[in-house]
Design a protein around this ligand. Structure first.
Ligand code: CTP
Length: 415
């Protein structure tokens, strides 16, 4: 399905090195049969020539608010009324600040004030600029008002630094934009997601933990919310902000996570366990800091409850999705391991990934997923976790509906 076909996209381009990506964006939008009109800020035209975007879009490129050569006396109003969505890519820190505070001193910021269509931004800036408190406050204000953020991604930046602030690549921007027009696949469905690592106390200052960053679970919670679900996220300790519109409960240990899930799972229709829950905890954590003696130290570990298997075994179990992080790859038995976990845990779907590979899995932004259910499987090739999350949700939604239909009464009718 091509959600962008025949959609009218107003592409705003602001000043920054990533402005070169706007040329590719226009080409791909047109390949998706979208109509594109481009508005550039003055500084954007220092990075890419309006003629390039004019040739690629097949339309006049708009730069000035008051342009005697313009066919329209009020281009800001006409363009705002014309479009089905405003996409600003790259969006500079300055543009975000102007949007957040309603400034209107050029064509792009003025038409954003006048637009009633959804506004989608793909920020691009130096990492310190992105992390600056004022940018983060502006981001929060815009999110609150319903502006959609695509990225930024992390990685090497034009300035030579590394961190968050890179504009997403064109395919990801297109997918994020398409999501604006896609039907809400999980409209009104109640979802519970676990994410992140757990910490098991050894003594008051030390714990057993793992390398889970929580990024996959958070991306999935956000994608499910975007597709209409009401999402509760039960998260172990991570440094990620709660996705917009998602209710979050922070927990520490496997036991805390199990208790939080048990108390909330009755209300949910889909349970997605992305958390890397500790399998063992100290049988008797020390009450005081353990002192160094130079002697061998043995910790006695006991198993933790399997949260996912417990949920799947409930009498009116929700649709259950497990994640399996394995050190075996696609060619090394990953599918077999995943298939065995699917059966052993009595769940509806398992999403397996290969960890321990450089650049994917734990602590990384990228992943490759093998999704298996009782009657089929799909491989989602390596991509950023946010993109995989958007690809995974329709698969979950489809299997959830199929199970509901097979069981008779509609899945959403279960209390
Ligand atoms: N899981 C859980 N509670 C646990 C352990 C795991 O809910 N105590 C869930 C995870 O959230 C994940 C799935 O079970 O969705 C698989 O976790 P994984 O660690 O891969 O599997 P294990 O059951 O721990 O099996 P193994 O140690 O053999 O890999």
């Amino acid at each position: 399905m091509n959600a962008l076909a025949h959609k009218r996209i107003l592409l705003g381009v602001t000043g920054g090195v990533a402005a070169y990506k706007s040329a590719e964006l226009v080409r791909r939008l047109r390949e998706h049969e979208a109509e594109v009109r481009v508005v550039m800020t003055r500084s954007a035209s220092l990075f890419i020539g309006p003629q390039t975007l004019e040739a690629l879009s097949g339309e006049r490129v708009y730069c000035e608010l008051f342009d005697p050569a313009s066919p329209s006396a009020m281009p800001h109003i006409d363009l705002a009324r014309w479009c089905d969505a405003v996409l600003i890519a790259p969006a500079s820190a300055h543009l975000l600040a102007k949007l957040a505070h309603g400034l209107a001193d050029d064509l792009l910021s003025t038409l954003c004030l006048a637009a009633t269509a959804p506004i989608v931004v793909a920020p691009a800036m130096n990492r310190e600029m992105w992390l600056a408190p004022s940018t983060q406050v502006n981001r929060a204000i815009l999110l609150e008002r319903g502006v959609r953020f695509l990225g930024p991604g992390e990685g090497e930046q034009a300035c030579g630094e590394t961190g968050p602030g890179r504009m997403l690549e064109v395919p990801e921007v297109l997918e994020g934009l398409a999501a604006v027009f896609e039907p809400a696949l999980l409209s009104g469905v109640r979802v519970l997601v676990t994410a992140g690592p757990t910490r098991e106390a050894i003594d008051p200052v030390r714990f057993l933990g793992n390398r889970s960053s929580g990024k996959m679970g958070y991306a999935l919670a956000e994608a499910m919310r975007e597709m209409g679900a009401s999402v509760l996220l039960i998260s172990g300790p991570v440094h990620l902000p709660a996705p917009r519109g998602v209710e979050r409960v922070m927990v520490e240990s496997a036991a805390d996570m199990a208790a939080a899930v048990t108390s909330r799972v009755v209300d949910c229709e889909i349970f997605v366990a992305t958390a890397a829950v500790a399998d063992y905890r100290c049988r008797a954590p020390a009450g005081h800091k353990i002192r160094r003696t130079g002697e061998l130290l043995t910790l006695e570990l006991e198993p933790t409850p399997d949260i996912l298997a417990t949920v799947a075994a409930r009498p009116a179990a929700p649709f259950t999705v497990g994640f399996a992080a394995e050190t075996e790859g696609i060619d090394g038995g990953l599918a077999d391991l995943a298939g065995r976990k699917l059966v052993a845990k009595g769940i509806d779907m398992i999403v397996a990934n290969h960890v321990g590979e450089p650049g994917q899995g734990f602590e990384s932004d990228d992943n490759e997923l093998l999704v298996s259910w009782h009657a089929g499987e799909r491989l989602l090739p390596r991509a950023p976790k946010t993109r995989l999350a958007r690809q995974l949700v329709p698969i979950i939604a489809e299997r959830f509906r199929a199970k509901g239909q097979a069981q008779g009464p509609g899945p959403t009718s279960r209390a």
